[in-house]
Each structure stands twice: as structure tokens, then as C-alpha cells.
Design a protein around this ligand. Structure first.
Ligand code: MEV
Length: 420
């Protein structure tokens, strides 16, 4: 680990204090935690790893990921290596536009209200900008107004006003909520109705990120399958998730294994990202896969992903959490849009890794190897003993806590790793 830390310190130009944060010697203090939430009683640490091999739009990235699940980092780095053999990932994203909602009830005439809002559209957008503050100064601001009508609901007719706000490098929840609360009295005046809820939508479908990439079939060859057969096996796995919601849920969970880990490492709101991703996966009325995979005319594997990703690089925990700040320094992204694109690439790679394992040898072999390491640690093994005991149990096909404990005893009594 110290060797890795030295390399990443060099890469990210990290100070000693920043390295101490990564090592766990410093980091989020109980006092800082007490300022972040109510009734704080402490902090909870997670492993922070680095995903390697990522080549995105011609640039190399080291990607910090915070996750407790074994295999995620190894799998995503391995998948990124395969994409690199096909030229890396190509990504792009929408502008960082968030949606704020105002629910309007008791509207005397829905049609007239809608017309009044549309007639005053420019005025309303100017009003939003007038309180936009730093977001407007940085080039963001109001971008649009939409009116949606629900003539019949259980509580009568309902009108919903959407305010579209470009929040630039911020995730933007506060800016959006402030904007809709500020605008609500104007909306009441124009519609003659009563503004009820005023809150952002986490279905941030105006703020999507896209990634795609190719893997040469030769890179997918296994002991049992030719490259072209492996491509076919992976496409078969992907189509399963396209047609079946039960499979799509697990398939997308695997994608979010990667995306959430970057979202958490960078101090972003992973519940918001999760909510948006799954709602988007169900946008056509049936929950389906967030990715598409196909075989191109040269027999190579191609994949793409598209999902809403409302993440920021300023404000929120990103600026408060010391580890998130170091993670951002390692990642070296220049904008929220770039961060979202990196996350999309990670999601695509994580998905490939899972499907490749599932479509070839199954995932249990790799998982059990990592599980063996966890059991060795739980049995009291330290340092190199962890690896040796895990390997021994894997070789024996006997990966159990009792066996790990026996091996710790044997190992400790002999004091000789090779006696295993
Ligand atoms: C496990 O955390 C994730 C997978 O189940 C994803 C998948 O099935 O695609 C392996």
C-alpha cells in the first residue's frame, strides 16, 4: 500500500498532509462530522481504492473509488484495460441542467394558467437569474420553463411548473430549491392557484452523461471460448437485461457498484444519483438496462451507457470532506460535466467486467478468492499471512472461517510462511 501511495502522491502532487488523509492517519474528524449532520456520534470509514487503466477521450485517469465490496476495483481496472485495447472510452454529456418543480393546486382555469405562465416565461427566468448568485456569475442560470398539466388527480386538477437551471460545476440542489421557492409567489399570481411543493427533481434527465467504447474480440478470448464466441456470450447476457426487469435490476446494480464508488469518493450525493439512474432505466414504462452491447461488423464488442448524473465538483461534501478533496486532486477533472463522464465510463467498464465473468467462468471463483482474504483477516491473519492463507484455502477449495483460523494457528506456530 505504501508503494501505491507513493505513486499516487507523485501523480496527484499530494502533500504529506494529503497522504496522511489517505492512510487514515487524518481525515474527517469527529468535530467536522458534528458540523455536517445532527446528533453526530462519530464517523464511518470505507476502503478507498484506485481504478487504473482508464483512457477517456485520449486522457489517462486514476479514479478513486470508495467501496466495501471486494472485486469491484480489480474488475473495473481489468475491464478498463480491455477498453484501452480498443482505443479507450469516448464520452460526452449534456449541459449541467437541473429541474426544479412547483406543484400548483386549486387553479381555476388550467388552460389560462398555462398560457399566463408561458406569456411571462422571460420575466420568470429573469427573476430566477436575479437570485442566481455565484451560479449565474460562473455562466449558469435559468434555461427554460415547462408547464405540465394533470387535469385529473385524486386531489383534483394539478399543474406542475418545471424550472430548468444550469448549475455549472455545482450539483445544484440548493440553488434549484432556492429558485423554486423564490418563484412560487409569482407562479401563484399568474395562475391564480396555490403553490404547494417546491423542490428539485432527482430525475435529472436533462443532465445525462454518455460513454461508449470498443473491445477487440481477440482481447476477450478465454481458455474455453474464442474471442468471437466470448463477444456473443456477452451480448447474450446484455440482451437478457434489456428484456427482463429482474435481470436488469442486478445488471444495473453492477453498473452502480462502480458509479456509486466514485460518487462517494468525490463527496457527492449517491442517493440522488441512484434515484435518477433507476428512474431513467424505467423511463419507457418498463425497467430495463442502462447499457447497450452489440457486435460490430468486425466482430468486436461495442458498448454504450447513458444515464442522468447530477454531480458537482464545488460545494457540498466535496469541499468539506478532506478525503473527497484529495480524491478530486487525484482525479484532476476540470468540470462537473467531466466528472459525470468519468463516472459513465466507470459504469460501462464495471458492467462489462460483471457480464464477462458471468458469461464465461461465473463470478464465484473471483469472488471466493477475495472472500478468502476477508476470512483470513477475520481469523486474525495480518500482513502477508492474509494472502498466503487465502491462497491456501482457495487451493484446497475449503474457504471457511474455521479453516482460516486453523491456518492462522499453523502459520503462527511455525513462523514460516513456506511451511504451508
Ligand atoms: C455484484 O455486486 C454485481 C453483479 O451481480 C452485477 C451483475 O450481475 O451484472 C455481479
Amino acid at each position: 500500500m505504501s508503494e501505491r501511495l507513493a505513486i499516487v502522491a507523485d501523480w496527484g502532487n499530494l502533500s504529506q498532509a494529503e497522504c496522511d488523509i489517505l492512510r487514515g492517519a487524518a481525515g474527517l474528524s469527529a468535530e467536522q462530522a458534528d458540523h455536517m449532520i445532527e446528533n453526530a456520534i462519530g464517523t464511518l470509514a470505507l476502503p478507498l481504492g484506485l481504478a487504473t487503466n482508464f483512457l477517456i477521450n485520449g486522457r489517462d485517469y486514476l479514479i478513486p473509488m470508495a467501496v466495501e465490496e471486494p472485486s469491484v476495483l480489480a474488475a473495473v481496472s481489468n475491464a478498463a484495460r480491455l477498453f484501452r485495447e480498443g482505443g479507450g472510452f469516448y464520452t460526452h454529456s449534456d449541459e449541467p441542467i437541473m429541474i426544479g418543480q412547483i406543484q400548483v393546486l386549486d387553479v381555476p382555469n388550467l388552460e389560462r394558467a398555462q398560457q399566463a405562465l408561458e406569456a411571462e416565461r422571460d420575466f420568470l427566468l429573469r427573476e430566477v437569474d436575479s437570485i442566481g448568485g455565484s451560479i449565474v456569475k460562473r455562466g449558469g442560470g435559468a434555461r427554460g420553463l415547462e408547464v405540465r398539466v394533470f387535469p385529473q388527480t385524486a386531489i383534483g386538477p394539478m399543474l406542475v411548473v418545471h424550472v430548468l437551471l444550469d448549475t455549472r460545476d455545482a450539483m445544484g440542489a440548493n440553488a434549484v430549491n432556492t429558485a423554486v421557492e423564490y418563484l412560487a409567489p409569482h407562479v401563484e399570481r399568474l395562475t391564480g392557484g396555490r403553490a404547494h411543493l417546491r423542490i428539485l427533481s432527482n430525475l435529472t434527465d436533462q443532465r445525462k452523461a454518455y460513454a461508449e467504447g470498443m473491445i477487440p474480440h481477440a482481447s476477450l478470448k478465454t481458455a474455453d471460448l474464442s474471442g468471437v464466441e466470448a463477444v456473443r456470450a456477452i451480448v447474450e447476457a446484455a440482451v437478457f437485461a434489456e428484456v427482463d426487469s429482474y435481470r436488469a435490476t442486478t445488471h444495473n446494480k453492477g453498473i452502480m457498484n462502480g458509479i456509486d464508488a466514485v460518487v462517494i469518493a468525490t463527496g457527492n450525493d449517491w442517493r440522488a444519483v441512484e434515484a435518477g439512474a433507476h428512474a431513467y432505466a424505467a423511463r419507457n414504462g418498463r425497467y430495463t438496462s442502462l447499457t447497450r452491447w452489440w457486435q460490430d461488423e468486425d466482430g468486436n464488442l461495442r458498448g454504450s451507457i447513458e444515464l442522468p448524473l447530477a454531480v458537482g465538483i464545488v460545494g457540498g461534501a466535496t469541499r468539506v470532506h478532506p478525503t473527497a478533496q484529495v480524491a478530486m486532486k487525484i482525479l484532476r477533472v476540470g468540470s462537473a460535466m467531466e466528472l459525470a463522464q468519468v463516472m459513465a465510463a466507470v459504469g460501462l467498464a464495471q458492467n462489462l467486467a460483471a457480464m464477462r465473468a458471468l458469461a464465461t467462468e461465473g463470478i464465484q471463483r473471483g469472488h471466493m478468492r477475495m472472500h478468502a482474504r476477508q476470512l483470513a483477516v477475520a481469523a486474525g491473519a495480518t500482513d502477508d499471512m492474509v494472502r498466503r492463507i487465502a491462497e491456501q484455502m482457495a487451493q484446497e477449495g475449503n474457504i471457511r472461517l474455521e479453516r482460516a483460523k486453523e491456518l492462522v494457528k499453523i502459520f503462527t506456530s511455525f513462523h514460516q510462511p513456506d511451511s504451508l
